[in-house]
Design a protein around this ligand. Structure first.
Ligand code: ZN
Length: 68
């Protein structure tokens, strides 16, 4: 009997931020340009990485705009 594992998850990590003019539409906090890194994992083994930039809120962590 063959057992397949379909456990795929995706998580992103913030690797750096730079303050930028603007405020968060959710909480009114300060916005930053963040360097993001997305890792897609299959059965807990990372097999795909992607780096992207996004404008995020430093206060609540909301993604206000993304550049993919
Ligand atoms: Zn916010």
């Amino acid at each position: 009997m063959v057992c397949f594992c379909f456990l795929v998850d995706q998580r992103w990590k913030l690797t750096g931020t730079k303050p930028v003019a603007g405020t968060c539409s959710r909480c009114g906090g300060g916005a930053s340009v963040g360097d993001m890194k997305t890792t897609t994992r299959f059965c807990y083994v990372p097999f795909y990485w992607k780096s992207w930039k996004a404008i995020i809120c430093t206060f609540c962590g909301a993604i206000l705009k993304s550049y993919r």
